[in-house]
Design a protein around this ligand. Structure first.
Ligand code: GTP
Ligand code: MG
Length: 230
């Protein structure tokens, strides 16, 4: 059984639990430096794909920026907001020392914001699809889904894009503090059923709460393992 950083209900099953070594390596990775590198508004502004990176994608307001802050233990590294559409750029963060081995953590602008004007939606699609296709260094996309709602049509559309681009991705459920344990189990089950239809999807689902810091250690361990893989 995994011991979470904060006491509370266990959000994962034993089968999902990484071993202690990876939890510790994940903790160490995210305890080190993490610095904002740049905000990218056009594909030409992407940094060289000269090191590994992981990206966080998901609907507007799902909690991408909050999750990056929870992972790094820094409240204001990525800008969060109650207003959907807060993050409009591809934001690059460098995890690890600037002069040593490091990887990029990428905060993507959210999609599926119902009130978003059409040009904004078109811009997002162009930028993010272009990004996904041009990053051989992209190890995995963490696709965030609100645990209260489960996957929506905008999410399954992105899954299809990722399948087509053969980009590996994994679902992370967010805001688990807002529902009961039983509701969360149901969401994990129904989301799992959707994921099994998508060839590029990683089968394990990580349930998190940035507010309660639940599941954050598991996600750190997952990223540490990804970064260490040859
Ligand atoms: P965009 O940049 O607009 O795409 O949004 P985002 O996905 O980066 O979401 P953001 O992190 O800005 O969070 C949106 C809202 O959800 C904020 O009001 C957060 O405080 C709230 N929120 C994020 N994570 C959690 C969580 O785990 N639990 C709860 N209760 N609220 C959360
Ligand atoms: Mg954001």
């Amino acid at each position: 059984m995994v011991h979470h950083e904060t006491p509370g209900r266990d959000l994962t099953t034993e089968a999902d639990a990484p071993d202690k070594e990876w939890l510790e390596r994940g903790r160490l990775l995210f305890a080190g430096p993490c610095d904002f590198v740049k905000g990218v508004v056009a594909l030409s502004g992407l940094p060289d794909a000269d090191r590994a990176e992981v990206a966080f994608a998901g609907r507007s307001n799902v909690g991408k920026s909050s999750l990056i802050n929870a992972l790094t233990g820094r409240k204001t590294l990525a800008r969060t907001s109650n207003t959907p559409g807060r993050t409009q750029e591809i934001n690059y963060f460098r995890l690890g020392p600037a002069d040593g081995e490091n990887l990029y953590v990428v905060d993507l602008p959210g999609y599926g914001f119902a009130q978003a004007p059409k040009p904004m939606v078109a811009r997002w699609t162009r930028l993010v699809n272009g990004y996904l296709k041009s990053r051989p260094s992209l190890l995995r996309v963490f696709l965030l889904i609100d645990s209260r709602h489960g996957p929506k049509s905008a999410d399954t559309a992105v899954m299809k894009d990722l399948d087509t681009a053969a980009v590996s991705y994994q679902v992370v459920l967010t805001k688990a503090d807002k529902i009961t344990g039983a509701e969360l189990s149901k969401c994990i089950e129904s989301t799992g059923a959707v994921m099994r239809k998508h060839p590029a999807a990683h089968p394990e689902i990580i349930a998190t709460s940035s507010v309660k810091s639940a599941g954050i250690d598991l996600l750190r361990a997952e990223i540490a393992a990804l970064a260490a893989a040859p």
